[in-house]
Design a protein around this ligand. Structure first.
Ligand SMILES: O=C(O)CCC(=O)C(=O)O
Length: 277
């Protein structure tokens, strides 16, 4: 699937951009399915906000129990000061997560392809397990910032194995909030871990120095592109203040031979085992 030079690029930079990895039709099918899900979702009583600002405070049980479910999270700016939704729910949703790939047929089919299986093998994951999936809307005008982070902070394994597969379902540009990465930044090690405790989540910080923001580079990609992200690679996306949405689907894969701690936020019911491709 990957050429030797692509593998070498991934190893030295910690990411890889693969244009036209999925067809426009597949992107549109996923988008239509996500929009149907939002239409069927009744937000009454279950308003939960996803924000990477003040993540410990804003994380609630609805989020922490979503590892084996399909749940809906709103943009921080979707609410008035009085806490009322200012947009219709379709325009206020930040993301859907986190077991779309196992619970929905359309997402399962998109996530479990021979091509993806081969790609994951090529980047060195011998026994892949599909851990987490998210549909991110990055809404026009109010699409929230995702602050610079390493995915292994949130999906920690020993040894580290998480890989993010980020699919552009629409063209992503600086204007509508594309990904930014620090090329080679995966080599500096993990800075922190988000850990479950008996009274909520906390960050265990090993290296409090800030990410080197000046080294961040935008990845402007077209619809159908797959961006592969090493779990240690620092990346972010800025707010979307443009007229255009920037939908993306992300799948996180780990290696079954690594240890997955019970203190990670994402846990599953024991009867609902992780599966490979
Ligand atoms: O799609 C985005 O805006 C960023 C998503 C991301 O960085 C992540 O989920 O790890």
């Amino acid at each position: 699937m990957l050429t030797n030079s692509q593998k070498t690029f991934y190893e030295s930079n910690g990411f890889l951009v693969l244009p036209e990895f999925v067809s426009n039709e597949s992107c549109d099918q996923l988008r239509i399915r996500a929009e149907e899900m939002v239409q069927d979702f009744d937000p009454a009583g279950v308003i939960s906000i996803f924000s990477t600002h003040e993540q410990n405070r804003l994380t609630d049980d609805y989020f922490l129990e979503s590892g084996d479910k399909i749940r809906f999270f709103f943009e921080e700016d979707a609410f008035s000061k009085e806490g009322k939704l200012v947009h219709e729910k379709e325009r206020g949703i930040n993301k859907i997560g986190h077991a779309l790939h196992d619970l929905d047929q359309t997402f399962n089919a998109f996530s479990r392809t021979t091509k993806l299986k081969q790609l994951v093998a090529d980047i060195g994951i011998a026994n892949p397990l599909l851990l987490q999936s998210m549909y991110i809307f990055k809404q026009p005008h109010i699409g929230g910032e995702v602050t610079c982070h390493q995915d292994s902070t949130f999906l920690f394994t020993e040894p580290m194995s998480v890989v993010g597969l980020w699919f552009a379902l629409e063209d992503a540009t600086v204007e509508n909030g594309c990904l930014w990465v620090i090329p080679g930044g995966h080599k500096v090690g993990l800075k922190s871990r988000w850990v479950r405790t008996s009274d909520g989540m906390r960050f265990d910080v090993w290296d409090a120095t800030p990410f080197e923001d000046q080294k961040l580079e935008p990845l402007e990609v077209s619809k159908g592109t797959l961006v592969v992200l090493n779990g240690l690679l620092p990346h972010r996306s800025l707010p979307n203040r443009s007229e255009r949405s920037r939908h993306a689907y992300i799948l996180h894969v780990i290696d079954a031979s690594s240890q997955y701690p019970a203190t990670n936020w994402l846990q599953r019911n024991a009867a609902f085992q992780l599966r490979g491709f």
